[in-house]
Design a protein around this ligand. Structure first.
Ligand code: TXA
Ligand code: MG
Length: 352
């Protein structure tokens, strides 16, 4: 299959380009498109064959359902069997935006789109290109992140191309995404609502609105938890992993710096190509083959924005090991640490 790359204006997407992409979706094809979080790989959510092809293109396990993207809160009522008042409040406050809500599903949603579950995950993205594509396609769009299963999510069209060239019909290229980590997944089919995946909408913001909201134990896990406890299929699968081995070092900053230099030295003596994923404040203190900074420790939104891109860049440099600095688990830091710990397969070193 030839993959068409269409450059579009991120704010005022050209109608004729959106039309080309929407035609693919309407015909059951696959189109990658930008959202504010990461690039998604879209298919008509109500077309079982299209969604099956979507799983195949990503090599995604069939038990892990994608998020259904809608163009307005109104569309939720045909996808969900029940929309609790709390969810309506959240939609008013956080949509469009990086918050996915899990509802009891209606019969309108095909079995394959929800991987056989009795719930459906829905969100309205905050990106002009995504919204134009949904509107022009005249259907809700099922879209997991547009990476090969297990790889870091794509924050640029180039990342999508790397993973999926020749496997999908088109890529809408509107430049880098702004949030950089995926949406927060909140289950509102239970009470109190439960965060199943931390993401672009901070837990603190949800707590402020809801009062009572809980974190699933997987969200802040520091070790692999028994799969039987998973509430979201995505919790069970290997994720965000670059080719290099990842180690996360957590603790107070001076201890972390000392520990990382010690680890880097040990690896280098063994002839292993070591990189450090640092922050602006600490980067000059490291001795390693490659040092990259995620941004300031005091701006976790920027750290989130850079995370997946830097993991991919380090792979491209052919490093064998990535030693990453932990960041505080507040605001977007909770999503960053969740992704880093998973990328590391929970290889976490506590410093000192
Ligand atoms: O920001 C995002 O959410 C991006 C962009 C493209 O919108 N999408 C994304 O999709 O990250 P994906 O498929 O890579 O992740 C969806 C997550 C998975 O962890 C999946 O297990 C979970 O949502 N999920 C989907 N449906 C669910 C359901 N009915 N119940 C619980 N978890 C669900
Ligand atoms: Mg994903």
């Amino acid at each position: 299959m030839k993959t068409l790359v269409l450059k579009v204006d991120p704010e005022k997407p050209e109608a004729e380009k959106i039309q080309v992409a929407a035609n693919f979706i309407k015909q059951g094809g696959l189109v990658a498109f930008p959202t504010e979080t990461v690039y998604g790989l879209g298919a008509d959510a109500l077309n079982s064959e299209a969604v099956t092809a979507l799983f195949e293109a990503k090599k995604r396990p069939l038990d892990n359902p994608p998020i259904v993207h809608v163009g307005s809160a109104k569309s939720v009522y045909s996808l969900a069997q029940q929309v609790p008042p709390k969810a309506e409040r959240l939609m008013r406050l956080f949509w469009p935006g990086p918050l996915t809500l899990v509802f009891k599903r209606s019969q309108a949603v095909p079995e394959v789109t929800v991987a056989g579950l009795d719930t459906v995950a829905v969100r309205m993205p905050k990106h002009a290109v995504a919204l134009a594509l949904i509107k022009q396609s005249q259907c809700p769009i099922a879209a997991p992140s547009a990476n090969l299963a297990g790889k870091p999510s794509p924050t640029t069209a180039e990342h999508v191309f790397e993973d999926l060239n020749g496997r999908i019909n088109a890529i809408l290229d509107a430049g880098p995404t702004s949030v950089g980590v995926e949406s927060t997944v909140l289950d509102v089919s239970v009470d109190p609502p439960m965060v199943l995946r931390p993401g672009g909408t901070p837990f603190e913001a949800l707590r402020k609105v809801l009062g009572d909201v809980v974190l699933h134990p997987f969200v802040s896990a520091e070790q692999e938890l028994p799969v039987g406890k998973a509430r979201s299929p995505g919790m069970k699968h290997k994720h965000y992993a670059p080719n290099a081995e990842v180690i996360v070092v957590e603790g107070a900053i001076p201890d972390v710096v000392a520990k990382i230099n010690e680890l880097a030295e040990t690896y280098r003596r063994k002839g292993v190509k070591v990189s450090v994923l640092a922050t602006d404040e600490t980067a000059p203190a490291y001795n390693a083959d490659v040092v990259k900074s995620l941004g300031s420790r005091f701006n976790l939104a920027v750290v989130a924005q850079n995370l997946f891109r830097l993991l991919r860049e380090l792979d491209a440099e052919g490093v064998d090991v990535i030693v990453a600095e932990g960041v505080p688990t507040e605001g977007l830091g909770l999503a960053v640490m969740n992704r880093l710990r998973k990328a590391a397969g929970y290889h976490i070193v506590k410093a000192p």
